[in-house]
Design a protein around this ligand. Sequence first.
Ligand code: SF4
Length: 324
Amino acid sequence: MRSVITETQAPGRAGIRKKPEWIKAKIPSGQNYMSLRGLVRELGLHTVCEEAKCPNIGECWGAGTLTFMILGDVCTRSCGFCHVKTGKGGELDWEEPARVAKAVEELQKNNALVTHVVITSVNRDDRNHESACIFAQTVNEVRSKVPGIKIEVLIPDFKGEAEAIEKVIESSPDVLNHNIETVPRLYSLPQKTQSGRTRSVRPQAVYQRSLELLSMSAGRGNPAMLTKSGIMVGLGESYEEIIETLTDLKCAGCDIVTIGQYLQPTVDHIPVSRFYHPVEFESLKNYGEKIVGIPHVEAGPLVRSSYHAEKQVLELSRNMMTGT
Ligand code: SF4
């Protein structure tokens, strides 16, 4: 299957390429949005929805769901696509797991349809082992406070430290997610931003290391635990490279893979190379599932790893039952 080449869009006023008409975000507002904002502030928590300027915040928060970001709000890495603050991480907070559990309990009280929670974090390359312990403790606290809720962790690579990865696997989340983010060629390839900086997509990460983490999850985790990963497109990758990456993720044992459009947060970040049309996402989904053999691929312009995460798991079970 060949991709349909989409017309590139003219740069907008701020120098950021204008989004095509199929990328429309709902403006955050309403009662649910306000009460979730109040809850995270009151409990001193952070969400990746806000910190990464996710375009889906209006929709997700309006529906009563969000993605917690633990280990502080400062990341020790400097990925060229990400809006989260970077710098030296502060003290780790060992009370954070209990506050996340309290927040999950409140989310479910407000909306019984919240059956799946996603917990991610910044990278804390200075404190990998403790970071993994806090992840595991968060899984345990949420499970004991809100039994029955599905817990998905979207974890960093802990610099490949096997003990740290094992620690999270042992806590047996329902889904262990680690994003490979892009194709290997782009990890450290220098790209120019409109502000004049030279940045790359994942300069401190290692493609093979991320694949090994996913293989560990698929091979050593509780058999019921799902392994998931995701990539963004629009960072300069070729169609063939996407297919190779999907094949690597399949070989690593991923049950679910998400594919979404990269959106440039500011002129200081890597520019969008092109916008993929919804039809192309549909083709990538079909190719990933039917040719590559990944059990469930969620693909679309606004798909993010935590977007409709509970539906991704349901779709996977449906695919397995129907053998598609
Ligand atoms: S897609 Fe994920 S990060 Fe974005 S608003 Fe929804 S829950 Fe938050």
